[in-house]
Design a protein around this ligand. Structure first.
Ligand code: IDP
Ligand code: MG
Length: 149
């Protein structure tokens, strides 16, 4: 089953949006298999955003992600990587569609509440970076027959 990495950034935690974000993923029909609240080290932040290290906003991004607790999650389900990106919305919240997390809850690209992996291979890399295998729980919700035919 496909898995993706999702993180509620420090702004989302400070703004008490943790429940709102989890509610949307649960209501959609995805399954939570990993969850922790952590203060992110500079090392982890820099590894996570490695591909952006030549961008002018990189320093500010690392400072932001390490500025307060982050809720790191792994969600599971058919097509969850691409679907999570749709639930999350475009990077710039002013361009995100209403109905998406960023479209409904944010106004600024540097405070866009949530991260979601952008592809299946990225998801696997990010899950490995943020979680030990022993921190992930494989389980089958009892209502699966009401979510999938
Ligand atoms: P994504 O989070 O939608 O995948 P990316 O392009 O991968 O977007 O950028 C990662 C994160 O870097 C964004 O979510 C945002 O927090 C930050 N970021 C991207 N572009 C800018 C910018 O132009 N200014 C400030 N921060 C930015
Ligand atoms: Mg990205």
């Amino acid at each position: 089953m496909e898995r993706t990495f999702v993180a509620i950034k420090p702004d989302g935690v400070q703004r008490k949006l943790v429940g709102e974000v989890i509610r949307r993923f649960e209501a959609k029909g995805f399954t939570l298999v990993g969850l922790k609240l952590i203060n992110v080290s500079k090392e982890l932040a820099e590894k996570h955003y490695e591909a952006l290290n030549d961008k002018p906003f990189f320093g500010g991004l690392i400072e932001f992600i390490t500025s307060g607790p982050v809720v790191a999650m792994v969600w599971e389900g058919d097509g969850v990587v691409a679907s999570a990106r749709k639930l999350i919305g475009a990077t710039n919240p002013l361009a995100s569609e209403p109905g998406t997390i960023r479209g409904d809850l944010a106004v600024n690209v540097g405070r866009n509440v949530i991260h979601g992996s952008d592809a299946v291979d990225t998801a696997n890399r990010e899950i490995g970076l943020w979680f030990a295998e022993s921190e992930l729980a494989a389980w089958t919700p009892t209502n699966m027959n009401w979510i999938h035919e």
